[in-house]
Ligand binder design. Sequence first.
Ligand code: FMN
Length: 194
Amino acid sequence: MRTVFDPAAMRGSAFYRLLTASVVPRPIAWVSTRSRDGVLNLAPYSFFTVASSKPPILQFTSLGHKDSWRNITDTGEFVVNIGTESLIDVMNASSAEFAPDEDEFAETGLTPRESTVVSVPGVAEAPISFECVRHLILEVGNGSVVMGRVVSVSVRDDVLAGDGLPDFARLAPPSRLGRSEWGLPPDTVERVRP
Ligand SMILES: Cc1cc2nc3c(=O)[nH]c(=O)nc-3n(C[C@H](O)[C@H](O)[C@H](O)COP(=O)(O)O)c2cc1C
């Protein structure tokens, strides 16, 4: 037996809840931006993936025009930070609705870290930061897909394995599931691609 869901027949947020509990686990872009007035902003986005590898382009979706979207629209710069397990609570705290003039680094007790290329700081506590410049913003349904070309990446040395790549267990990135659930780093298995 299977249960069939018809998105058109579902009310309110019912289909959104099914969607977000089914497309799992989702990695989290912890996006830092700066407003035109210089106020720092930080928020997690789990509608997040790689759009292109050459040139390297990351994308996340803002459902509605949120502060991150506005800042990137205005300034053309952002940083995608990758969090680690111990930061779950503060990542979650940064999703609260702060007023546009509130510095979300200060509000959440995080440290801005000067970036290499862009003028927007990354999160010092996050093990990986991708510095991005706006590539394209695409309006799709109720989402704005924000794409950014990666111009620099910094990775904290303690998460790098001997081969120079981030090690999943050391990075320990939390993910977003459905409901109010977060995924913790699972086990890994290795398969060579045919
Ligand atoms: C783990 C997590 C993932 C989230 N993913 C998204 C997302 O993909 N798109 C979105 O619009 N909001 C998402 N949100 C909600 C935003 O973080 C929230 O609306 C936030 O206040 C937006 O901040 P901003 O207005 O400063 O950009 C997520 C929240 C959490 C806790």
